[in-house]
Design a protein around this ligand. Sequence first.
Ligand code: SF4
Ligand code: FES
Length: 378
Amino acid sequence: MTASLTASEAPRKLSAPVAILAELTHRCPLGCPYCSNPLALEPREDELATADWIRVFSQAAELGVLHAHLSGGEPAARADLKDIVAHCANVGLYTNLITSGIGLTKPRLQELADAGLDHVQLSIQDSVEISADRIAGYNGSFARKEKVAGWVTEAGLPLTINAVIHRANVGRAADMVRLAVRLGARRVEVAHAQYYGWGFHNRAALMPSRGEAEAAIAAVEELKKALEGVIVIDHVIPDYHARYPKACMGGWGKRGLNITPSGMALPCHAAQTIPGLDFWNVRDHELAEIWTNSPAFNAFRGEEWMREPCRSCPRKEVDYGGCRCQALAIAGDAREADPVCHLSPHHDRVTKIASRADNPEPLPAYSFRRMKLRESVQ
Ligand code: SF4
Ligand code: FES
């Protein structure tokens, strides 16, 4: 499909984006099979230079952005991370480092804290070491993350643990929350795997059965009450088993921008899977111009692009028709209702995929992504 709105047809009254997610690099020492990064990772030589990122964050602050999520790949793979953090702090952006922890040392974390880093989000792969290392595709990652969590809290930085739930760890969702408490986190995000990028590629290996997913959801919900006042639990439930879709990204082009390592501005991390969208690059356009006029951002704003059943559905103000990338991946057209929705004419495809996971077949092998860039991680 092609972008459905031109710049002149685009809605004019836009709120400023709340957040910018900066994928500083696609280089990563881990190979998590649920990674939402694209199958074609961007190479180091295409990455934005420090001066480019500095300019982008200045423009973000001018535009009214509040939060800068520094992500990847592994953002610690960039030697200029401290300079980027310091600049974000200077222009008044709240900085959140989203990290695997690999590549961070105690002095480096202290340096980042001194530069003005506000918050750290550390991923864990499982509560059991041998399984965690296997999922990460990196021996010693579990032990390293335990150390990094300690350094984060010692540096006085608030810590959130990210735990992605899938077939290989679904029985230990509650244990992962308990591990987050032990690591000193104030918050834990327990998110069932989303099927984008490498996650979509490995979906058959990742998707738990409905019974397993429901047991994990119940266990985490129970802990929410039991651990009230101890840790905040953000719980993202699996949408393949839901009745309605999520409001992906809080609505297309409504709340934030993702910038790829080479500077492509995307409305969501999987947007490049949608054919025909014209993405603008921060090397060529100012952020404000991209936010307002980029054809890709305007393609699914408003409701002109919507088809039935979304167009006449009262929930279109709540979920905006769900996820455009999931509509494309499963229904074959990004303008369709997200097929997770039970009202979608393509919902049976989701039911079929989910019921395949109910068959007790042996776990298919993960197809780990691999970038030979470990040496680049400090
Ligand atoms: Fe959401 Fe569309 Fe389903 Fe209505 S029909 S609930 S707007 S996805
Ligand atoms: Fe692209 Fe949901 S991931 S709209």
